[in-house]
Each structure stands twice: as structure tokens, then as C-alpha cells.
Design a protein around this ligand. Structure first.
Ligand SMILES: Nc1ncnc2c1ncn2[C@@H]1O[C@H](COP(=O)(O)OP(=O)(O)O)[C@@H](O)[C@H]1O
Ligand SMILES: [Mg+2]
Length: 232
């Protein structure tokens, strides 16, 4: 059973300290997410969504509790081991795409594979495949400024998939998009899960977006207060 669980959080707390003030961003989160799951985390602003996603993505550490990725407790790993795990297993998509403006769509998707020492032929082939997957085969030579917001976000998704992550983490990926582009982006996440056997966690405060996933976890004041399976 346990090998089908990609992410497990056990009683995760996160307290930020600002001078003498303590902010309890997470107050005991328990979560188990299986392989190939497509889930969303919904909650109002300040409920701890970004903190939770950053902890799952090893960008931040919990104050208390355990975080297991593929059965490994990441709170016990060194910074070097964390960097490696992040590079090999996790693909991030943010609200603002963070593409490199001087690079073309193709070059932006190739970049993480250069960092991971993927051979030239192979990385070009994969980047083209991924841009085709997100419907941008005829936009590969465009720079981000020559693409629409929705297209830029699709390039960012292709980039996140470059190193075949088992886990895709997206923080408000449709925050800047209209309904049509939001639906398209969510459809691409689903295709990526199927084609790449990945798991995706999407953070959003948009109910229309969360309903396009298979399961919604509701976060409030740093706690999961409800979960809902979406019927198809
Ligand atoms: N680096 C930080 N330092 C101090 N407080 C923080 C920090 N990051 C987030 N917080 C606080 O933690 C709470 C949860 O924030 P966040 O995870 O960003 O929520 P959300 O993404 O749901 O809007 C908020 O009260 C926020 O102000
Ligand atoms: Mg946030």
C-alpha cells in the first residue's frame, strides 16, 4: 500500500516568528496523496495554501511534523539532498510563470534539462514533445513577451514537466487567466498526469478550477477542515 502514496504529511505545523509575534500558518495538517492523483487545495487568502505547497515542495521546512515524499522523510535530508530531490522529482508551476524573457519557449523548456545534464539531442526532442503536449508546437520559437498569458503558462507547465517529475506542484496557476484559459491549463495538467504518470497538486481559491480536479481539500486557518471527491 505505502508505495502507492507519493506525498504524506503527518501532523505538520508551521509557525513563522516575526519579532515577538508568532503566526501559526499550519496547525496540524495530515494528508495522504496517491500516485496519479489530481487534487486541489482550496482556501481563502492567508489560510496557509502556499506554505503547505512550499513544504511539500521542500522549499520550506515544517516547524513540527513529518513530510514523506515517496516514503522518504524529507525533514531529515540535507540541503544538498533536498536540491537533488527537488530537481529529480518535483515540477513547480507558479501564478506568474517566471519564464526567462530572453529565451524562446523551446529554450525555456530545454533549460532545466541542461541543468540536469540531459544530452542535447534528447533534451531537444523532449522539449518539442512537451510543447506539443501543451498545444504550442507552432509557438516554440516565440519569446514569452510574444505569447499570451495562457500560452506563457502552458510553456511554464511544459518546463515543469521537463525532467519527468513524479510530482507537479502548482500555486494559483490560473490566478492570472480567464475562464477559458484556466480550463485549458487544467486540461493540460490532466493530460500530463496520464501521459507522464505524474501526480498533481493545484492550489487555488477558485471553485471552478478546483472542481476540475478529482478531489478538493479545504484549508482554513492552517487546518484541513473538509475534503470532497468530485464526481465525474
Ligand atoms: N515568510 C513568512 N513570514 C511570516 N509570515 C508568513 C510568511 N509566509 C506566510 N506567512 C503568513 O502565514 C499565513 C499563511 O500564508 P500563506 O501560506 O501565504 O497563505 P495563502 O497562500 O493561503 O494565502 C498568513 O497569515 C501569512 O501572512
Ligand atoms: Mg498563496
Amino acid at each position: 500500500m505505502s508505495n502507492s502514496i507519493v506525498v504524506e504529511l503527518i501532523d505538520v505545523h508551521k509557525t513563522y516568528r516575526l519579532g515577538r509575534v508568532e503566526i501559526h500558518a499550519l496547525r496540524g495538517v495530515n494528508l495522504r496523496i496517491g500516485k496519479r492523483a489530481f487534487i486541489s487545495i482550496m482556501g481563502p487568502s492567508g489560510s496557509g495554501k502556499t506554505t503547505l505547497l512550499n513544504i511539500i515542495g521542500t522549499l520550506d521546512k515544517p516547524t513540527k511534523g513529518k513530510v514523506l515524499i515517496d516514503g522518504v522523510d524529507i525533514t531529515k535530508l540535507s540541503d544538498k539532498e533536498l536540491t537533488r530531490l527537488r530537481r529529480e522529482k518535483i515540477g513547480f508551476v507558479f501564478q506568474f510563470h517566471n519564464l526567462i524573457p530572453v529565451l524562446t519557449a523551446l529554450e525555456n523548456v530545454v533549460l532545466p534539462m541542461i541543468i540536469a545534464s540531459v544530452p542535447r539531442e534528447e533534451r531537444l526532442k523532449r522539449a518539442k514533445y512537451l510543447l506539443k503536449l501543451v498545444g504550442l508546437e507552432d509557438r516554440m520559437d516565440h519569446r514569452p513577451s510574444e505569447l499570451s498569458g495562457g500560452e506563457q503558462q502552458r510553456v511554464a507547465i511544459a518546463r515543469a514537466l521537463a525532467n519527468k517529475p513524479s510530482l507537479i506542484l502548482a500555486d494559483e496557476p490560473t490566478g492570472e487567466l480567464d475562464t477559458e484559459n484556466s480550463e485549458l491549463v487544467m486540461k493540460i495538467f490532466r493530460e500530463a498526469i496520464v501521459e507522464e504518470s505524474a501526480t498533481a497538486i493545484v492550489v487555488t481559491h477558485n471553485p471552478l478550477v478546483s472542481r476540475l480536479t478529482d478531489k478538493i481539500y479545504y484549508l482554513r486557518d492552517g487546518k484541513i477542515v473538509n475534503e470532497e471527491i468530485i464526481k465525474k
